[in-house]
Design a protein around this ligand. Structure first.
Ligand code: 3HC
Length: 286
């Protein structure tokens, strides 16, 4: 399957990342099947996509007709069997290895043999996910960045047994989604998270070392280092739980102390302060 043969994209998991990926897919003209575990969660994702597309209409970056056509390309399901007509399925479920492996084993049974299977994992091994299937050559990583509709990068990750064809098809789809794809191998954290996660953990340690407030740390890094958003705002956006999990996964693999999540954010995660998604993290959200 080459990128030009890909017409229908499946997205499993319509949380922040999955709904952003589904939004990109419908905007780029792909028929898109989005799967959530309940109708309510699916409809909530459709509502978020409709909202962001409406904002584009308001800003005259899209017409009403284009918005309607894009939304018309999105179908929702709770049933993985609905992916039988997909040419590419992108997984964006919970960031844990075993559920992902179980999903890929099931997808392999349900999708066409030539369909490509991609994971949006941020810090798990694509090779370990692919190993749950008997056709690991068609499994690749497609790692989008949060918020997926706004961040230009997608990392196209080659696992140990990924075929050239699958890697190039995913790269081509990344381009069609309007992204700037890069190719990399399946190493812990790939490219961006290998650098960004220890850097964010350094920032969070400075909170205590320099006894600085989250607001002032954010001002320091935006006004002094030109970051588009400060580290506390960014970790709140990504999700404290996601950041802790990614830090633990990298630390487990690389054993570098900077990778380990600072105790302060582990405590926040344990207290349910997850950032934007829970309404409270370093900051409070409406
Ligand atoms: N989905 C779709 N559209 C969105 C959106 C979302 N989640 N969030 C915002 N938008 C749209 C909105 O319509 C918004 O306009 P509105 O407020 O008028 O409705 C529009 O985008 C523009 O939003 P902003 O005005 O907030 O845009 P900014 O110019 O401030 O830029 C940003 C926002 C691109 C997010 C910028 O702040 C940035 O680059 N931040 C850094 C983000 C980053 O580093 N992400 C990577 C995180 S690491 C990661 O994802 C890896 C993972 O594995 C953990």
């Amino acid at each position: 399957m080459s990128a030009s043969g890909i017409r229908t994209i499946g997205v499993v998991g319509l949380g922040a990342m999955g709904s952003g990926i589904a939004q990109l897919a419908v905007e780029a003209g792909f028929d898109t099947v989005g799967r959530e575990v309940s109708d309510e969660l699916g409809e909530a994702a459709r509502g978020r996509i409709a909202h962001f597309l409406q904002r584009k209409v308001d800003k005259e970056r899209m017409t009403d007709d284009e918005r309607e056509a894009a939304l018309g390309r999105l179908s929702l399901t709770t049933d993985l069997a609905a992916f039988d007509g997909c040419d590419l399925v992108i997984e964006a479920i919970v960031e844990e290895l075993e559920p992902k492996r179980a999903l890929f084993a099931e997808l392999e049974r349900l999708v066409r043999p030539d369909a490509i299977l991609a994971t949006n994992t941020s810090a798990l091994s694509v090779t370990e996910i692919a190993a749950a299937t008997s056709t690991p050559e068609r499994v690749v990583g497609m790692h989008f960045f949060n918020p997926a509709p706004l961040m230009p990068l997608v990392e196209i990750v080659r696992a140990e047994l990924s075929s050239d064809e699958a890697v190039e098809a995913a790269y081509g789809v990344g381009e069609k989604l309007g992204k700037r794809p890069i190719r990399c191998h399946d190493t812990p954290g790939f490219v961006v998270n290998r650098v960004l996660i220890p850097l964010l953990n350094d920032c969070l340690r400075v909170l205590d070392e320099a006894r600085v407030t989250p607001e002032d740390l954010d001002t320091a890094m935006t006004a002094g280092a030109g970051w588009p958003m400060g580290p506390c705002t960014l970790v709140d956006l990504v999700g404290i739980d996601v950041h802790v999990h990614a830090s633990e996964a990298l630390y487990e693999k690389l054993r570098e102390p900077r990778m380990a999540p600072p105790p302060r954010i582990v405590a926040m995660r344990n207290a349910g302060l997850l950032g934007r998604k829970s309404g409270r993290g370093f900051y409070t959200y409406e």
